[in-house]
Design a protein around this ligand. Structure first.
Ligand code: HPA
Ligand code: ZN
Length: 305
């Protein structure tokens, strides 16, 4: 398949995006616009300066900038604008269904109410469904660098919104914060009828993926790259028909892989793993979902099958 035919196929394919942090869709232009609208000082003089700062050598490098970027999100309308801009981009990429993450603790920790964040996000998701026909699920993530009690407090804050939240996830700094730290809060979330997902095996070892499966009892694994280092784990993932939400350009930007040719997507598919392609934090990692598909289709010589 030549490149043009590949790109035409990718662009037209109806897609689901299953790994997208809404705060990671904050483009530098919107960062500046919201900083001005809300009179928030940011340590950048121009959009070019912001983009130049997006040069990461690991996950933590990125997270430091990601949390800093959130500081401009103050009002319900800000969360609406952020989310609706993502949905417009997703619509342009023929995305028909999204399951997006948000990080409530990234907002409540700096004094923005849980209701402000989720209210704006949900209003935009409803508008996106009405305008573009994009169906959605919302996943509330716990920040794993914070403690178990903070996660429990967040679950309590979510109580009035539980009919609008499909599941809980686990993100932020992985190494040193294994899934086991959150086994009890995930059990509680499950008892409340929520679906469970967790970032595992992005930077963390295969044992973290085992923990996500055995201790958290997740319905899906986010990233999961390092599962490929453990043959028994691969067999388990295949036997359980677990889905992995892989993020090729994220992996490249965060140095999880050295070259896009090292993306594990094709190896995973060949092993029988349900690997999906997603953009993670597209404003920071160089592209939305179609750009991710294009990058691996070229690098891994993917065809229609
Ligand atoms: N990994 C962990 N936490 C995150 C990520 C990620 O890729 N993106 C936003 N928060
Ligand atoms: Zn992620």
């Amino acid at each position: 398949m030549d490149r043009e035919a590949r790109y035409a196929l990718i662009d037209a394919l109806p897609k689901a995006e299953l790994h997208l942090h809404i705060e990671g869709s904050l483009e530098p232009e919107m960062l500046f616009a919201l900083a001005e609208r809300n009179a928030v000082a940011i340590p950048f003089a121009s959009v070019e300066e912001v983009r130049a700062a997006y040069d990461f050598s690991n996950l933590q490098d990125f997270l430091d900038i990601y949390y800093q970027g959130m500081s401009v999100l103050l009002h319900e309308q800000d969360f609406f604008d952020l989310t609706f801009a993502y949905l417009e981009r997703a619509h342009a990429d023929a995305v028909r269904h999204v399951e997006i993450f948000f990080d409530p603790q990234g907002h409540t920790e700096r004094g923005v109410a849980f209701d402000t964040a989720i209210g704006g996000i949900l209003r935009a998701l409803d508008e996106g469904q009405a305008r573009f026909g994009i169906s959605y699920r919302l996943i509330m993530c716990f920040l794993r660098h914070l403690d178990e009690e903070a996660a429990f407090a967040t679950l309590r804050e979510a109580e009035p919104w539980l009919d609008r939240i499909a599941g809980v996830g686990l993100d932020s700094s992985e190494v040193g914060h294994p899934p086991s730290k959150f086994a009890r809060v995930f059990a509680d979330a499950k008892a409340k009828g929520l679906k469970l997902v967790a970032h595992a095996g992005e930077e963390g070892p295969p044992s973290y993926v085992w923990e996500a499966l055995d201790l958290l009892k997740v319905d899906r694994i986010d990233h999961g790259n390092r599962a490929l280092e453990d043959e028994a784990l691969v067999q388990r993932i295949v036997a359980d028909t677990q889905t992995l939400t892989v993020c090729p350009l994220s992996n490249l930007k965060l140095c999880v892989i050295d070259r896009i040719e090292d993306s594990p997507v094709k190896r995973m598919l060949d092993l029988g793993i349900r690997a999906t392609v997603n953009s993670d934090d597209p404003a920071y990692f160089g592209g939305y979902v179609n750009t991710n598909f294009r990058a691996i289709a070229d690098a891994l010589d993917l065809n229609r099958e």
